[in-house]
Design a protein around this ligand. Structure first.
Ligand code: CU
Length: 174
């Protein structure tokens, strides 16, 4: 396990120069985002609609042994005329799911929790993807395995709750 973690950290620093995770566990984000920001959708998630919100192309990634956190990604379309907000996420496979943003600030890759949620303005599409907005599975019970599925419930301020089943794609960059 320590070898994997070391490799992941090396990869992270090699690609992202200096990473500041603001209290997050580095190895998790290294495996998720550290090797290049290019995501390939490994499987097809069933489209889910709730109110004016449509959720497509969701997925997550296999995790390294011992990795405690994992990222989740999905595209959110708001076909309505009312702004909405993704305010919460939860999953039976992890202690909690946070809404996160990754961004380069002053040439440094940083990540933060979005405690006010992720806005989904009327008529717009918001993409949760590697290197940007994402779901962060914290305190994961067992590492996600490629080919598996991860259930997650998203709660929107206006549209209500949506149940997604995210396919688990390959570990990135290993
Ligand atoms: Cu995160």
């Amino acid at each position: 396990m320590n070898v994997f973690r070391t490799l992941t950290l090396v990869t992270l620093f090699a690609s992202a120069a200096v990473a500041q995770m603001e209290g997050h566990q580095m190895q998790g984000h290294g495996a998720m985002d550290g090797t290049g920001m290019v995501g390939t959708n490994p499987g097809t998630m069933q489209v889910v609609k709730v109110g004016d919100i449509e959720l497509v192309a969701g997925y997550t990634r296999a995790m390294l042994p011992g990795q405690p956190v994992g990222g989740g990604f999905v595209t959110i379309k708001n076909a309505g005329s009312t702004d909405d907000v993704l305010i919460a996420a939860e999953s039976p496979v992890s202690g909690r799911v946070e809404l996160h943003e990754m961004a380069v600030v002053n040439d440094v890759m940083t990540m933060r929790q979005l405690k006010d949620g992720i806005p989904v303005p009327a008529g717009e599409t918001v993409e949760l993807k590697p290197g940007g907005l994402h779901l962060m599975f914290m305190d994961v019970n067992e590492p996600f395995v490629e080919g598996g599925q991860v259930s997650v419930t998203l709660t929107f301020e206006k549209a209500g709750t949506a149940e997604l089943v995210l396919p688990v794609g390959p570990i990135q960059g290993m």
